[in-house]
Design a protein around this ligand. Structure first.
Ligand SMILES: *Cc1c(COP(=O)(O)O)cnc(C)c1O
Length: 339
């Protein structure tokens, strides 16, 4: 029986559910893992996660399809990305097949918190790994915890997707050969100063440029860029961009479903003024339209305008959400049924 939650008015906040999944790494191996109703973690004050930020995370969602199934979208890519992130921070990777089993187990146990079809709400799934034993000299921890918490979140756009205003940011997000390509809290901690400053100046997000030359588009603090130009989808390529699963999926949708040409290449900021549409993509919103990009006081207004999402981004978003919700046939393996 679905919980008595006002799904349409739910925001993006944390709400404890019935249980979380937890597995511990000790003496060189991960244990089997289990569900827990305890939503607090008690750790030593000197745990590696607190001292040297040794932690990585993922984000995906479970939702109800048109046929009433509870499913999740391409969790295999979250599993492999979490393992990549872990290896970069000398965290022992969690087995990819077991990751998918754990996601299924924790969602199934919290099935009453999965919002109904058509509500626009989803059950957000947050897997993460952290160093748990005491570390004071700088080195990787010896013990770790892998945890998955789930929490219901509301529809991303309430009353239509309004284009946002962003600014070119003077702070860098990621260095060449740094950690920009992994999903780690450390990349977010240092983005907080820049995002609060952007908000104070009236912008919704930061556009980060490449740290080495400041001429190429990277991404925002938590979403990849896509640009539309004619029948082309253009998306920036760089070793310091986080490989968004939404962006990778949209490229396939553009090519295979909408007959578009896809270019994954370096995108110079100078080219942005010639684009038809711009969008930010990530699990939460799928695509957020960008209407205006401010470069040190100089505005670029995308031709798609400031009142609604452009026609191509709309088509892309409708096709991908249709695939997710079961109204459009999905490529093999994209939709994983939980119940
Ligand atoms: C999570 C994340 C994204 C979006 O990735 P999805 O897999 O599409 O949710 C983009 N950029 C950064 C920096 C991220 O952390």
């Amino acid at each position: 029986m679905s919980k008595n939650i006002d799904w349409s008015n739910l925001g993006f906040g944390y709400m404890p559910t019935d249980c979380s999944f937890v597995s511990n790494f000790k003496n060189g191996a991960w244990d089997e893992g289990e569900l827990t109703t305890d939503h607090n973690i008690v750790l030593n004050e000197c745990a590696g996660v607190f001292q040297y930020a040794q932690t990585v995370f993922e984000g995906l969602k479970a939702y109800t399809t048109k046929d009433g199934d509870i499913v999740t979208f391409r969790p295999d890519l979250n599993a492999s990305r979490l393992a990549d992130s872990a290896r970069r921070l000398k965290i022992p990777p969690y087995d990819e097949a077991k990751f998918i089993e754990a996601v299924k187990k924790v969602v199934l146990a919290n099935a009453d918190y999965v919002p109904p079809y058509g509500s626009g709400a989803t059950l957000y799934i947050r897997p993460y790994i952290m160093g748990t034993n005491a570390v004071i000299g700088v080195k990787p921890a010896d013990e770790y915890q892998f945890r998955i918490l789930v929490t219901p979140v509301g529809p991303y756009f309430k009353g239509g997707a309004k284009p946002i205003s962003i600014r070119v940011c003077d702070y860098d997000r990621a260095a060449p050969h740094g950690t920009g390509n992994i999903k780690a809290g450390l990349n977010y901690a240092m983005s907080l100063y820049a995002i609060v400053e952007a908000h104070e100046q009236g912008f919704d997000e930061n556009m980060y440029l490449d740290a080495a030359t400041r001429t190429k588009v990277e991404e925002t603090g938590g979403a990849n860029f896509i640009f539309i130009k004619g029948n082309k989808l253009i998306t920036p390529k760089s070793n310091s961009i986080l490989p968004s699963i939404t962006r990778r999926s949209l490229c396939i949708v553009a090519e295979k479903y909408l007959g578009m040409e896809v270019e994954h290449r370096e995108v110079f900021f100078d080219e942005v003024k010639d684009m038809d549409e711009c969008g930010l993509c990530g699990t939460a919103a799928v695509i957020s339209p960008v209407g205006r990009i401010n470069d040190h006081g100089k505005d670029i207004f995308l031709p798609s305008g400031m009142t609604e999402m452009g026609p191509v981004c709309t088509k892309l978003r409708e096709t991908l959400t249709g695939i997710q919700m079961g109204t459009i046939e999905a490529p093999e393996g994209w939709i994983v049924k939980i119940k």
